[in-house]
Design a protein around this ligand. Structure first.
Ligand code: MN
Length: 232
């Protein structure tokens, strides 16, 4: 195949324990998936149907294990928020995947941040406009390496947390997910044909808030590693 210019490189994420990288196809995100966060965002904490939004694959910023990454404060916002999340990486796709088969599609898990221009999201919500500029900006999806489910299993409980400049900002437990990873995959696959390489950001616990240049963000998910970034 000849192209009129060189195609963009494939975004890829390191996998703990193997030399090969995980090639990213799409990034799906679920909104309001922890009760306390749904409440802090003014939502109904009852179990309403999940909703989804996307980020471009190249919004991923890989932070290799044991290193401190960089989050560049984006343009056109004065209120950029952190959302620490468990990221699910798929190695198998499908449509209308049943809940009881959903976890067979999971390659592994990582720690990620769904960085959000909250001011622009608020304006978009008010005007009934899409969230892309709020959620899908360049560098909006920092994440650590992927731990294979073959090595760590499928975490169903355990702490998820984030410290901002040394102070705890977010803390929750995976057991508080309103829609489990399996249920999220099943539901999402009704709307999109999922494929190998898809990432799903599974939602954030309460305590979201602004970040400032010069702050260190340190987050983690029990059994799925930690993520450190400087805001620049
Ligand atoms: Mn989120």
């Amino acid at each position: 195949m000849a192209y009129v210019f060189s195609p963009a490189p494939v975004t890829s994420v390191p996998v703990v324990g193997v030399a090969e990288q995980f090639p990213v196809r799409r990034i799906y995100c679920i909104g309001r998936n922890y009760e306390a966060h749904a409440r802090e965002m003014g939502g109904d904490p009852n179990r309403e149907a999940p909703f989804f939004f996307g980020k471009p694959a190249d919004a991923v910023v890989v932070v290799p294990e044991g290193t401190v990454g960089e989050f560049r404060y984006p343009s056109e916002s004065k209120d950029v928020h952190h959302e620490i999340e468990l990221v699910v990486a798929l190695s198998k796709g499908g449509s209308n995947i049943p809940v009881h088969e959903a976890l067979e599609h999971v390659f592994g898990y990582a720690v990620g941040l769904d960085m959000t221009r909250r001011d622009l999201q608020g304006e978009a919500k008010k005007a009934g406009r899409p969230w892309d500029v709020a959620k899908g900006f360049d560098g909006s999806a920092p994440m650590g390496p992927i731990y294979r489910a073959a090595d760590i299993g499928h975490p169903r409980s355990g702490a998820i947390w984030l410290k901002v400049a040394g102070q705890e900002a977010q803390r929750g437990d995976l057991s508080e997910l309103i829609w489990s990873v399996a249920e999220t995959i099943a539901h999402l696959s009704r709307f999109f044909e999922l494929k190998a390489g898809d990432l799903i950001f599974s939602g954030t616990p309460s305590g979201v808030g602004p970040v400032q240049r010069g702050q260190l963000l340190e987050g983690g998910v029990a059994g799925v590693g930690e993520l450190k970034l400087n805001v620049s």
